[in-house]
Design a protein around this ligand. Structure first.
Ligand SMILES: [Zn+2]
Length: 276
C-alpha cells in the first residue's frame, strides 16, 4: 500500500516535471546545471581521450585552437572553458561535448580548401555548447527513458556522483550523437553569426556542406559518421544560403591555413576510424 502511494507520488512528480519540460522552451528548463554540465564534459572527454587518437602536432593544434579562441570570444551563454582537439581520423566529422570540449577530425582539415570552411565547422560545434544542447538532450533523455533513478540522483544529492552517473548515461546512450533537428538548425544559425562576428566569410559554412555532399557521392564511408549524427546537408545548404547571401564578406583564407595543409600532407596519413 505504502509503496503504491509512493509510486503514485513519484509518477505525479515526474508528470509535473514532464509538463515543465514540454511546456517551457528547452533553453530555459534544464535538470543539468552549468557546473554539472562542465563536470560531465570533463568525464566524457577523458573517456574520449582513451579511445580516440589525438593528433599531437604543436603547430596544427595551436592553429585549430587559435580559430576556436576567436569564435569563443563571440559565443553567447555561460563562460565555458572551451578546448579544441584534433582527432587523427581521416573521416570528416566534428563533435562537441557538454560544457566545453570540441573535437575536429583531421579529415576536415584535408578536405577543406580554405580557412573559413574550418571556422564554419568549429563555429557550429561551439554553438552547440553555448546553446547548452547537451544539457537539453540529457534533460529530455532523463525524462523520457533513463528512469527515476537518474532523476532522483539529479534532484537529490547533486555533486560528483550524479555527474558521474550522467556522464555514464551520456556515453552509453550516445547522446552527443543525437542532437535534435532543431538543435542542428540552431547550431547552424548561431554558428554562422559567430563566425561572421569573428571575421570570417559565412560562405565557408555552406561550402563545407557542399564538400560533404561531393564526398558522399565519391566515397560514402568517409562521411558516414557525419551523416549518422547530422541532418542531410541538402536542407542546411538551402537554409543557410539565404542567410549567407545577405552579406558575404570577411576572411576566406589565410597563408596559415595553406601552411597547415601542406604540413599535414607531409605527415603519415590520418587513420581510419575503427568500424564496429
Ligand atoms: Zn551539430
Amino acid at each position: 500500500m505504502k509503496s503504491q502511494r509512493i509510486a503514485v507520488f513519484i509518477s505525479f512528480v515526474a508528470g509535473i516535471v514532464f509538463v515543465l519540460v514540454t511546456a517551457a522552451p528547452a533553453a530555459q528548463f534544464s535538470l543539468v546545471s552549468v557546473e554539472q554540465e562542465i563536470e560531465i564534459g570533463q568525464q566524457v572527454d577523458a573517456q574520449v581521450r582513451k579511445e580516440v587518437p589525438e593528433l599531437r602536432d604543436a603547430q596544427v593544434s595551436e592553429y585549430v585552437r587559435s580559430i576556436g579562441r576567436r569564435l569563443v570570444r563571440q559565443a553567447p551563454g555561460p563562460k565555458y572553458a572551451y578546448s579544441f582537439s584534433v582527432a587523427d581520423y581521416r573521416e570528416m566529422n566534428a563533435f562537441a561535448l557538454p560544457g566545453g570540449p570540441v573535437w575536429l577530425h583531421r579529415g576536415v582539415l584535408h578536405a577543406a580548401t580554405n580557412e573559413s570552411q574550418v571556422a564554419g565547422v568549429l563555429a557550429h560545434e561551439v554553438a552547440h555548447i553555448a546553446q547548452r544542447h547537451a544539457a537539453d538532450q540529457l534533460t529530455k533523455a532523463m525524462m523520457a527513458n533513463l528512469g527515476l533513478g537518474l532523476l532522483g540522483a539529479v534532484l537529490g544529492n547533486g555533486g560528483g556522483a550524479s555527474a558521474a552517473q550522467m556522464a555514464a548515461a551520456f556515453l552509453t546512450n550516445g547522446i552527443f550523437l543525437k542532437f535534435s533537428r532543431d538543435d542542428e538548425r540552431e547550431a547552424d544559425a548561431v554558428g554562422l553569426q559567430l563566425m561572421r562576428r569573428a571575421g570570417w566569410d559565412g560562405r565557408g559554412m555552406v561550402e563545407l556542406f557542399e564538400i560533404l555532399q561531393r564526398e558522399a557521392r565519391r566515397n560514402p564511408t568517409s562521411v558516414e559518421v557525419f551523416f549518422s549524427s547530422h541532418p542531410s546537408p541538402q536542407d542546411r545548404i538551402a537554409r543557410l544560403q539565404s542567410d549567407v547571401g545577405r552579406g558575404a564578406g570577411g576572411t576566406r583564407d589565410t597563408p596559415q591555413f595553406q601552411a597547415i595543409k601542406a604540413r599535414l600532407q607531409k605527415m603519415s596519413p590520418p587513420r581510419a576510424m575503427p568500424r564496429n
